[in-house]
Write a protein that binds this ligand. Structure first.
Ligand code: C6P
Length: 415
């Protein structure tokens, strides 16, 4: 049974006040809060078995190695990857995508090849491909969106004989849109192209199954799904992984080094150079346990119900423009909006004074903002511990801010 009140008790930060008001945390698309189980796992590692992994023969090193590698298996299960060696730990989704651009892109993309992206991508899924395209002479093509922020059907024409890679987000961080990844992957594969899914938002909010999506790469971050910062995941289809060259080189990713040459370590350690983020990976395992305890279907149902409520309440505020699909079943719970001429930064600052944390800005999606014709939006993004009352507080806060700035503008006009 999904019980938001008992979930809230697991998150110590939700007890705090901000500017004398109870914290209303609605910036989950940026990073989520952490349950005690995750915080405890971090403390336990440093208090009881802090050691480097894969190197030492002593007890602490063996314990740390076992706990770290257990998380690889947990991640495999969580996204239903067929093979544990397909799971590579990175620092974040951004690094995961860069790893693909370097370790696969540089050896597989040539002048004239096409990489298909969408206009709703986060900068992390645009910039690495721009850099690669500049280096190789490849061409980037972008799928456009319709008025509700859904992908237009033009991907059917854009994906063709020249396409080598289709890289797209499964859930937009700025519009909430959930994209038809499986259908797009089928089209890409028919043309011999690979598919990279940016799962930075989706993996935290809905069941994601790489076999079902039939993707070749899936990139995501632990910190948006209750885990600590500093842990990312890259899933790579096994047959593709065998054909990739290392990204970062140095310790831990080698098998044998002489003064003349080096042979690589086995998969997946070949792609994890240097001492990894041991403590945070182990605590990320606790985050996965926590989410599995709730159940990802239940997480999705909660998100959808709360999004339905939020869209309903927010759409009743005059002058408030909502972005993204109106049908909650087509979207996640990152809800972007603008109020009249009010700058989202001003709105965000006033909301903060009421204890409400939202994000205001371009959400690292400047091409999308250009496409929408706005410099920025305000964004409220929800998660497992949010409840309806907080949406009401948000709606009240927006209206208070509107009154405040309305009065300021009136006073200026009178002066
Ligand atoms: N979006 C947001 O406030 P990192 O920073 O590497 O953990 O995640 C990057 C990233 C990639 N793709 C999508 C769809 C994302 O939403 C993000 C992170 C945050 O929207 C921080 S900019």
């Amino acid at each position: 049974m999904f019980d938001v009140e008992s979930i809230r008790k697991d998150f110590p930060i939700l007890q705090r006040t901000v500017h004398g008001k109870p914290l209303v945390y609605l910036d989950n698309a940026a990073t989520s809060q952490k349950p005690l189980a995750v915080i405890d796992a971090l403390v336990e590692y440093y208090e009881r078995y802090n050691a480097n992994i894969h190197r030492g023969l002593h007890t602490l090193a063996e314990e740390a190695t076992a706990r770290y590698e257990e998380v690889r298996e947990k991640v495999r299960r969580f996204i239903n990857a067929p093979d544990k060696v397909s799971i590579i730990f990175t620092r974040n989704a951004t690094e995961s995508i860069n790893l693909v651009a370097y370790a696969w892109g540089r050896t597989h993309i040539r002048a004239g090849d096409e990489i298909v992206l969408t206009v709703m991508e986060h900068h992390s899924n645009i910039v690495p491909w721009q850099v690669l395209a500049k280096e190789t002479g490849a061409v980037l093509r972008f799928v456009d969106i319709d008025d509700e922020g859904r992908l237009r059907d033009d991907w059917r024409e854009l994906i063709g004989e020249k396409t080598r890679l289709v890289a797209l987000t499964q859930m937009s961080n700025a519009l909430g849109t959930i994209n038809p990844v499986r259908e797009i992957a089928n089209a890409a594969h028919r043309h011999g192209a690979l598919v990279l899914v940016d799962g930075a938002q989706s993996v935290a909010h809905m069941p994601v199954d790489v076999q079902d999506l039939d993707c070749d790469f899936l990139a995501f971050s632990g910190h948006k799904m209750l885990g600590p910062t500093g842990v990312g995941v890259l899933y790579v289809r096994r047959s593709v992984l065998d054909d990739m060259t290392p990204f970062l080189t140095g310790g831990h990713m080698i098998s044998k080094v002489t003064l003349e040459e080096t042979t690589w370590n086995e998969l997946p350690w070949r792609f994890e150079a240097g001492t990894p983020n041991i403590a945070d990976v182990i605590a990320f395992g606790a985050a996965i346990d926590y989410l599995e305890g709730i159940g990802m279907d239940a997480v999705r149902r909660h998100d959808e119900a709360l999004t339905t409520y939020a869209l309903d309440v927010l759409s009743q505020i005059p002058n408030l423009k909502l972005y993204g699909p109106r049908d909650p079943s087509d979207r996640g719970c990152a809800i972007s909006f603008n109020y009249g001429e009010l700058h989202p930064h001003d709105l965000g600052t006033v909301l903060d004074s009421y204890g409400i944390a939202i994000r205001a800005g371009h959400h690292c999606a400047q091409p999308l903002m250009n496409r929408l014709g706005v410099p920025a939006t305000a964004r409220a993004s929800l998660y497992v511990y949010n409840r309806r009352e907080e949406i009401d507080v948000l709606a009240e806060g927006i209206q208070e801010a509107a009154r405040f700035f309305g009065d300021v503008i009136d006073a200026r006009t009178r002066a």
